[in-house]
Design a binder for this molecule. Sequence first.
Ligand code: PSU
Ligand code: MN
Length: 302
Amino acid sequence: MTLTYSEEVADARRDNRPIVALESTIITHGMPYPQNLETARTVEQVVRDNGAVPATIAISGGEIHVGLNDAALDQLARTPDAMKLSRADLAVALANGKTGATTVAATMICAARAGIDVFATGGIGGVHRGAEASFDISADLRELSKTAVTVVCAGAKAILDLPKTLEVLETLGVPVIGYGTDVLPAFWSRTSELAIPLRMDHAAEIAAAHKMRASLGLEGGQLVTNPIPQEAEIPSDYLNPIIEQAVSEAEAQSISAKKVTPFLLARIVELTAGRSLISNIALVKNNARLGAEIARALQTDA
Ligand code: PSU
Ligand code: MN
């Protein structure tokens, strides 16, 4: 297996500095160009500004790239037909020299191989609405139960069935941690109706729990849910009908499997005339900052 480190990440590894993994499906399938590129660059800078080194992960030429330089980031952002790689696709894409972007699941796998403990993103995949008929449950959930990476997100989008997503995470033994909150954050909204299973208010506590899982020999990671900054929140009475519309359009057009999440994300950006995208960018930055703090905390009391 071939891991290729960017110069910045290679330096950080040599100097034992904290590293935060970042995914690339959010770039190719989660946001439109050019906001995807601007966001990827900004998020990397937020990680640096908070004392850690960003490692955006993607696949090309049979290599797992851990850290992309600016030219590589630019190229990926202009490749919307890059493969969307989850656990099932990763080896196939690598073995056949394909270009692909990693989802949360695949980014966790690559981060773990590279010895990176923390990964920051926007939203994870989960149990889709109507999963009782479609069986559409993201491989992200099972990955969280298998791979020892702490993933920072802003909760899950209401395109998913949030109660079912929480139930599956509980079944799989994944700790769902609210950062400074008693309720599950719902991506564009700081709150939901769902109580958070575990609450922590400091990055150091999250880092300590990450280490404790390892010393107990527990496989799997942790899911940290970080509420969107207040000023970037979108009221749910504005957003809910839009989500309903996007979900029913997906059904009407028989969108299935890997295409569901990208379809819904793009449609919601259109239907909100870009407002959802602005909030999405704000919350990813917020998660990058917390990810950097956790990565630093893991380093300090090593
Ligand atoms: N949810 C978001 N933004 C995203 C994704 C999910 O709010 O960009 C992306 C992530 O890469 C996630 C993937 O891992 O979609 C989940 O896809 P699926 O539901 O097909 O597993
Ligand atoms: Mn799916």
